[in-house]
Design a protein around this ligand. Structure first.
Ligand SMILES: Nc1ncnc2c1ncn2[C@@H]1O[C@H](COP(=O)(O)OP(=O)(O)OP(=O)(O)O)[C@@H](O)[C@H]1O
Length: 424
């Protein structure tokens, strides 16, 4: 029974062991399955690790590249900062230079104005002197003609005097002759009286003739006196006219010298004006070049009654007067130009900015101004406006006015202008 008990125990143990074996087999299977799972996950992990390693390598390469790029960008930023600093310094110096140039230009314009005024005064003085010189010339001519007239008169008088002297001589001869005749008659009379005591009537006749002859003789003497007085006054007149001629001649000479001096000063002043004008042109062009050879302005027209929108202008920062901001669907868009004319800007405000370019064109530089924008944005209004009203005139009529006015002024300084109009 003990053996049976042992056998039963052994059988029970065997069953137990078989159960354990079966459970161990199952556990083994589970472990094997787990092992397979582990092996699979290990494989996956290995792949993932390889992929992670390759991506890590890529990332580290990328990092190196990024670092290099960062270094390069840092260098570039530093360089840009340096350039920016230098540009700011350059800008400051340019602004300074610009201010100096503008001051110079103002000074030059003042000098030109002064010279122009001086020239005008000189021209006026010269014209006055020319008039005076003409009148002096006229006077001289008149004095010369009156002198030649007086000379002629003097010659006439001299010849007349000569004739009168001859006549006087003749008369004196006649008188002497008559006196001799009278004397002979008187002696004849005496003889007759003595001889005959008659012929008293004959004697009277002779006496009458003798009286007549004496009267003629005294008349002739009177005439000679008058002629001598006339001759003296003609001589006096001649002397006076000679004196006046001399005075007129010396005055004419001094006026001529003065005129030559003024002409010289005028030529110098004109040369100065031309030099000043050349300098002004150069400075003006330099200022425009400093402002920028190509400039873009924006003009915002007032909204029409059927339009809506929001336009604003920055009132701080570096874009004051240069920026414009638009709102659309609650989003804001900013734009910057060389200058912005807001909706309240007048035609004159726009032209003031443009007029310097017109001046440049008059100075011989090439200039082009054109308007660009969508339909109805105000191109025609800006360029042409309404020329019939002074405040509504656009850029074209204003530019033409400036061109004609300035060209008229500069023509007197010897500049010549030729204008052409092309329509495309
Ligand atoms: N700055 C302004 N102030 C007042 N009115 C303006 C201004 N600009 C334009 N306008 C008005 O807006 C309207 C359209 O302007 P305009 O005819 O000049 O546009 P446009 O650009 O020439 O058009 P399109 O290309 O069709 O010829 C006109 O009635 C004009 O008077």
């Amino acid at each position: 029974s003990q053996l049976e008990c042992k056998i039963q125990e052994s059988v029970a143990m065997k069953e137990e062991l078989q159960k354990q074996y079966a459970s161990l087999g199952e556990s083994l299977k589970k472990v094997e399955a787990e092992q397979m799972e582990c092996l699979r996950s290990y494989g996956d992990e290995k792949e993932a690790r390889i992929a992670a390693e390759s991506s890590r390598n890529e990332l580290s390469e990328e990092l190196n590249r990024v670092k290099l790029e960062q270094k390069r960008l840092n260098d570039q930023i530093k360089m840009l900062q340096d350039t920016n600093k230098r540009l700011q310094e350059y800008n400051t110096s340019l602004q300074q230079y610009n201010c100096n140039l503008q001051a110079d230009a103002t000074k030059n314009a003042e000098t030109i104005d002064k010279l122009q005024k001086e020239k005008n005064t000189m021209v006026e003085t010269m014209n006055g002197l020319k008039d005076h010189s003409n009148s002096v010339k006229l006077q001289l001519e008149m004095a010369k003609s009156s002198q030649s007239e007086a000379l002629k008169q003097k010659n006439n008088l001299l010849s007349e005097v000569e004739a009168l002297r001859g006549e006087l001589h003749q008369v004196r001869d006649d008188r002497d002759h008559k006196s001799a005749e009278i004397n002979s008659l008187l002696s004849d009379l005496g003889v007759y009286k003595e001889l005959t005591g008659k012929s008293s009537s004959e004697l009277e006749n002779v006496m009458i003739r003798c009286d007549a002859l004496e009267e003629t003789c005294s008349n002739q003497t009177e005439k000679i006196k008058t002629l001598q007085i006339q001759l003296a006054s003609a001589n006096e007149k001649l002397k006076r006219s000679n004196l006046t001629t001399m005075e007129t001649m010396s005055e004419y000479e001094s006026q001529k010298r003065m005129l030559e001096d003024l002409q010289l000063r005028l030529t110098e002043a004109e040369q100065k004006i031309v030099d000043g004008e050349k300098l002004r042109k150069k400075l003006h062009n330099t200022i425009l070049e400093l402002k920028g050879n190509i400039r873009v302005f924006c003009r915002v027209r007032p909204l029409l009654s059927n339009e809506s929108g929001a336009v604003s202008y920055p009132n701080n920062g570096e874009n004051i007067g240069r920026g414009v901001e638009l709102m659309h669907n609650t989003q804001s868009y900013s734009f910057a130009f060389d200058k912005v004319f807001d909706h309240s800007a007048s035609q004159e405000d726009v032209f003031t900015e443009i007029s310097q370019l017109v001046q440049s064109a008059l100075d011989g530089y090439k200039v082009c101004i054109f308007a660009y924008g969508q339909t109805g944005s105000g191109k025609t209004h800006t360029m042409m406006g309404n020329p019939e009203f002074n405040d509504q005139k656009g850029l074209i009529p204003r530019s033409l006015e400036q061109i004609f006015q300035t060209s008229q002024c500069l023509m007197s300084q010897g500049w010549k202008y030729k204008m052409q109009r092309l329509q495309c």
